[in-house]
Design a protein around this ligand. Structure first.
Ligand code: FE2
Length: 428
């Protein structure tokens, strides 16, 4: 007998009317018409049941700090970095913890149960590192938080940054970060990539760098990152985040770069909401979109995830932890509006980032941890279109969040009743 049985589920791979049996916090069976009774039965009613959303790129040390100490007037990346520099000396640990926990509440409500967050390690006090290590433990029962040691001001450019980064890794931060395009020269940027990849290789850690987050077609640190991955045997454990310069690169150069990334086992993370906002700021018109080449990367066999990057912080004043909003923007910017493209964008906020983070037991196969989201939508395409309500969120077989279905009722005399936003085509 199952502890819990979810009846009549649609799955992201297209299977319909499937039952999911859960025992001891794990998925025990996935098949049509599983035998009951169970401790509890939940009728999914032909709606989508997905593994949880995963955000592969976030900044939890700055989240929900919007307006502190002032608002970013220009809206640019550089004013954001300067503003964060003003805020850093004023930060206190309890406030970082409080804001991070509040964001994790939002995340859980939206079915987002795994987040890779960069944490700025340039402050020698390592206040934010300590705060987020504490938060990682606090949220462990319900959310997987993976931390990246991120030298925001440049590991070579900022005095003491390498030492601080190593101390953060010694304290238990999971992943090695970097920001080569923010070093003073291209040569320094390349040197920082080599140094940081060697640090990761010697410690057996993964790498995730902010890489080429600019509109400069000649910012090519991703090439160094890929070649270092091969040199140090880090294939499958290295990620380039942002990669916005690829938007502006020469096509011939990209035709060489993509196979190199594929051979090096380097994954890519685009951050559509932020890339569309921060890039192209030096352009008049035509104005570049500034997101990396998502369909081309996917066609070359390179895993691509979408990250939220920022929510209400010095760089971005919007957001609510909704990865469907991220996917929605991503498919528009990348012009991935075909059915396959939209499904790939759903993958980019679920299974692909789960693989990039190396999450254990993620998925809907028997044996996986029973982490699930029931959405008010029939399939992934409808989920993105409607930014569907997360009716129920489950962690290890226990319901941890519920949201009432979104409904609207018309009081028009001619057409009274509930509005149904699904497409019911009866005639051509
Ligand atoms: Fe970022």
């Amino acid at each position: 007998m199952f502890d819990t049985l979810l009846r009549h589920c649609n799955l992201p791979d297209g299977r319909t009317d499937i039952d999911i049996g859960i025992t001891g916090g794990r998925i025990a069976a996935v098949a049509p018409h599983l035998p009951g009774p169970a401790g509890e039965e939940i009728d999914a009613g032909g709606q989508l049941v997905s593994p949880p959303f995963v955000d592969a790129h976030f900044h939890m040390d700055s989240t929900l700090s919007y307006g502190l100490p002032r608002v970013n007037q220009s809206g640019t990346l550089l004013e954001g970095i300067a503003l964060w520099g003003e805020l850093k000396p004023l930060l206190v640990q309890e406030a970082i913890v409080e804001r991070a926990l509040a964001y994790c509440d939002w995340a859980v409500a939206k079915g987002l149960l795994a987040i890779r967050s960069h944490v700025d390690v340039c402050d020698p006090r390592l206040l934010a590192t300590e705060a987020l290590l504490h938060v990682r433990e606090r949220v462990k029962p319900y959310l997987d938080l993976q931390l990246v040691a991120f030298p925001q001001d440049g590991v070579l450019r900022a005095p003491g940054a390498l030492d601080n980064l190593r101390r953060a890794l010694d304290m238990g931060v999971d992943v090695v970060g970097g920001i080569p395009h923010f070093e003073r020269t291209m040569a320094d940027g390349a040197a920082s990539v080599r140094l940081l990849c060697e640090e990761a290789a010697s410690r057996g850690l993964r790498v995730d760098m902010h890489c080429d987050e600019s509109d400069d077609p000649l910012s090519r640190h991703i090439e160094t990152l890929a070649s270092e991955s091969v040199r140090l045997g880090l294939q499958g454990r290295v990620t380039g985040s942002h990669l916005t310069s690829m938007h502006s690169m020469d096509n011939y150069y990209v035709s060489k770069l993509l196979p190199l990334m594929r051979e090096a086992g380097v994954a890519a993370i685009a951050n559509p909401l932020i890339n569309i906002t921060l890039q192209g700021r030096h352009d008049t018109y035509p104005k570049r979109r500034g997101m990396t080449r998502v369909p081309e990367l996917l066609a070359a066999g390179i895993p691509v995830a979408f990250g939220h990057d920022c929510v209400m912080d010095p760089w971005y004043g919007l957001g609510s932890g909704d990865m469907l909003e991220v996917a929605h923007m991503g498919l528009h910017v990348a012009q991935m509006t075909g059915q396959d493209g939209i499904r790939a964008c759903f993958q980019a906020v679920t299974a692909t980032p789960a693989a990039i983070l190396g999450l254990d037991g993620y998925g809907l196969e028997p044996g996986c941890r029973a982490d699930l989201v029931l959405l008010q939508a029939a399939d992934p395409v409808e989920a993105i279109r409607l930014r569907a309500t997360r009716l129920l969120v489950m962690r290890a077989g226990k319901v941890i969040a519920r949201t009432a279905p979104a409904t609207a009722t018309l009081s028009l005399p001619e057409r009274p009743g509930e509005v149904d936003f699904r497409l019911h085509r009866k005639k051509v």
